[in-house]
Each structure stands twice: as C-alpha cells, then as structure tokens.
Design a protein around this ligand. Structure first.
Ligand SMILES: *[C@@H]1O[C@H](CO)[C@@H](O)[C@H](O)[C@H]1NC(C)=O
Ligand SMILES: *[C@@H]1O[C@H](CO)[C@@H](O)[C@H](O)[C@H]1NC(C)=O
Length: 414
C-alpha cells in the first residue's frame, strides 16, 4: 500500500500520468497532435483549440469548463486540445505563438481566416461557448420583404450556383444555419427570410407550415424555382444533402426524395450526448451549476421540462425527428462522468417531439467583470512584460502556486 504522500510524489515525478487525466474520458474535447491540427484546419469550419501542458494547474482548472463548452457546442463546433509538452507538437505550439499555458484560440474557418485569441473575461464554460458561437462567420443574407426574395435569390451573378433559403416564423437565425453557411460559403449562397404567418410559403406554392416550423428551400443551379428540402433538419443530414447537390452528379429532386426517406436512427453515443446537453440545461434551470453554459435566457420563458421541445439541440433545427421509444429506454453510461450532471440526469426523460431550434441567447447577463487569466509561462520562453503582468497574483491563488513549479527537466526542453 502506498502512503498518500508517496502517491502524490510519484505523480509529481511522472507528469505524463497526469496528462492523460487533464480531460476526463467522457469529455468531447479531442486531443490532437500537429497532424490532427493540420487536418482540422483543412475543414471549412469553426473550431477552438486549447494549447495546454499536462503539468499546468491552470489548464487542469480550465479542463472541466472547456469540456462543458464542448458539450454545449456539439456537434457544430469542435473543441480540441494540443499537448504542447509532447515533442511532436512543440513546433506547432511555437508557430501558434503559445507563450503560456493554457492558450485558447478560435479558428473561424480552418486556415482560411486568421485565428482569434480567447481573452476572457474568464475561463468558464459560458465564456468559451459564446467566444466560439459569436465568432462563427456567416454571410446569410436576410431578406425582409417577400417581394425581394426573387430578386435576391435569383440574381444573375449567383443564379448558376445552388442557393439555400431558410424561411422561418421566428426572427432568429439558428446556430446550425450559421454553421452550414460558414461551411458551404464558397459553394452555396445562403439567405433567410422571416415568414411570420406562413404567407410567403403559400405565395411560393408551399404549405404555410406550423408554428415555429421552418423550411429550407433549395434553388438548383440555373433554376428560378425552389424545391423544399424534405429531410431531417440536423447537421449530418443537411451536410449530406448539400454535399450531394455540390457533387454535381446527383439529380436534386432525386437526392431530395432520398433525404425524405432517411430514417432517423439515433446513434446511442449521440443520444447520450444530447441527454447530457439536456441535463446541463435542466441543472442550470434548477440552479444546479454555478456556471454552466448560459441557457438562462431561454429557460426564463419556457418550462424547463419542455426545454428541448421548444429549443431543440444545437445540432438541429425544426422538429426533432421522432425516436422510437426503444432507443430511449436506458441511457448509456449512466452514473459516469461528472457528478452533478449525471446524477441529475437520471430523472430526466428526453422529449423528442415539437419544434427545435437554437440555443443562441443574449449573453450580456453572463459577462462578468474581466478577471485575470493566469497562465503558466512556457518553460524557458522569454517573459514579456505583458506575460509577467498576467502572472500578477489573481484574487484566488493560482492552482499550481505551491504544488507545481515547472519541473527542472522541462525547463530546457523548449
Ligand atoms: C473548403 O473550401 C474550399 C473552397 O474555399 C474548397 O475548395 C474545399 O474543398 C473545402 N474543404 C472542405 C473539406 O470542404
Ligand atoms: C425557426 O426559429 C425557431 C426560433 O428561433 C427555431 O427554434 C427553429 O429551429 C427554427 N426552425 C428552423 C427550421 O430554422
């Protein structure tokens, strides 16, 4: 049997053991190396990358918050982490200008747009969440009047590319629409129009639709008449559909009929993630977390137990596809993961009907006064004045203050 002190000592001497634990096993944060980073940058999508070192206490303190943000943003914005201590990643971290740990950066559209540094106010789940969500580039053009649809969507200079028009009764643009717009920006023109009473739909020859139900109209290249997308309003299904339009070989109406027949077979892992997303939101509604992704604004005017029925999951728009009850019996991974989220979630059933939507909310209420963002300098790196200032004592003592001087063997590694 090992004495606790001995155990602590052996852990301190073996920083790599600690590394495995920086993000919990069930975290949606994906550890990537330089090669994975390169691949991630090839995607035309918004992603967030945390540059960390396993022995850094500020990184460990950040990890649960960063993981919660990853959960809230799933599957629309991936959150990654790079271990800058690993020899194979040192060049990447240096190239990214990492001077202290953790350093968090957002890449708005792979390598196509310059990254943005995360600057606080503090390293909380909601701060990370809004940092990513607010910076998703999107170009979708809002068309206010029905009369203007034709002229905009069928404008000569874009008529030969596919165009996508979101018609919705609500004024808000779902997060999923922004994400798709960002992803397909170079190939598809995006528009959105508020069809408050369904009149525009009728004028275009479609059903007015039920309250809160949106429509996605697709204008095939060269054509002035749209077809209505009939598939599932989820990220994967929509991406698949857009890809099939773009690949040029698929006949759009055939692709659309195929999309219409896609059966919704929930992936148990995704169901579990959605269940946890819901648990997070409910826990927040009941004051369960001190700082959770800020769903408060939505929860204020919606019955908590009906939250998803009205607001859906971040990864989808419109009505949730019906799920066969057999998929909902016993959620996988019960009792694992973070204490409060899983213990609360046991009581929660997942409503899967009704219209879905976005979780984008006004953030003003959550921005607290700027706090220090303590970092641990990269060993051996020259300390700039700014970095030294950041090291200034914070209101709470930095987590690794006593426990974690930079190990000597680390000092000459960089
Ligand atoms: C990203 O966008 C470019 C056009 O800007 C396109 O050529 C490329 O195929 C896209 N990459 C992916 C992975 O979709
Ligand atoms: C329509 O807007 C509502 C409210 O923002 C949203 O919940 C819903 O997902 C939207 N529907 C579509 C198809 O965009």
């Amino acid at each position: 049997m090992m004495l606790p002190q001995l155990l602590a000592l052996s852990l301190a001497l073996a920083p790599n053991l600690v590394s495995a634990a920086i993000f919990p096993d069930n975290s949606l944060v994906k550890m990537i190396d330089a090669k994975g980073f390169k691949n991630a940058m090839k995607q035309n999508e918004t992603s967030v990358v945390a540059f960390v070192a396993p022995w850094c206490g500020h990184c460990q303190a950040m990890a649960p918050e960063y993981s919660k943000a990853a959960l809230g943003l799933y599957p629309l914005v991936p959150l990654y982490a790079v271990d800058c201590d690993a020899a194979k990643n040192k060049k990447l971290c240096a190239d990214q200008g990492v001077k202290g740990f953790p350093t968090v950066k957002m890449f708005p559209r792979g390598k196509q747009l310059p990254p943005k540094d995360f600057e606080g106010p503090d390293r909380t789940a909601s701060a990370f969440f809004y940092f990513a969500q607010r910076n998703i580039p999107h170009w979708s053009k809002k068309i206010h009047q029905f009369e203007d649809i034709e002229g905009n969507v069928n404008a000569e200079k874009i008529i030969n590319r596919p165009r996508a028009l979101l018609m919705n009764k609500s004024n808000k643009m779902p997060l999923l629409w922004m994400v798709l717009d960002n992803k397909y920006h170079d190939q598809i023109s995006f528009f959105n129009h508020r069809d408050k009473k369904g009149r525009s739909s009728v004028k275009l020859g479609f059903e007015p639709g039920e309250d809160g139900q949106g429509k996605i109209l697709i204008y095939p290249p060269g054509e002035k008449k749209p077809v209505m997308y009939k598939g599932i309003l989820k990220h994967d299904s929509l991406s698949k559909f857009f890809d099939s339009i773009l690949d040029g070989t698929a006949d759009l109406s055939v692709a659309n009929e195929e999309a219409a027949t896609e059966e919704f077979i929930p992936d148990p892992e995704v169901l579990e993630i959605e269940r946890q997303q819901e648990a997070e939101m409910l826990a927040l509604a009941h004051g369960g977390f001190s700082d959770m992704i800020d769903f408060e604004a939505a929860l204020k005017d919606t019955a908590a137990k009906n939250f998803h029925a009205q607001n859906g999951y971040p990864g989808m728009m419109g009505a949730a596809p019906n799920v066969d009850q057999k998929y909902l019996k016993k959620p996988a991974g019960e009792g694992q993961g973070e204490s409060s989220s899983s213990s609360k979630s046991k009581k929660i059933r997942m409503p899967m009907t009704g219209d879905g939507g976005e979780i984008v909310m006004d953030v003003t209420s959550t921005v607290k006064g700027a706090k220090n963002q303590p970092q641990t300098p990269v060993p051996g790196a020259e300390q700039t004045e700014a970095a030294a200032a950041e090291e200034a004592p914070s209101p709470e003592p930095p987590v690794e203050a006593e426990a974690e001087p930079v190990p000597d063997h680390k000092k000459d590694e960089l």
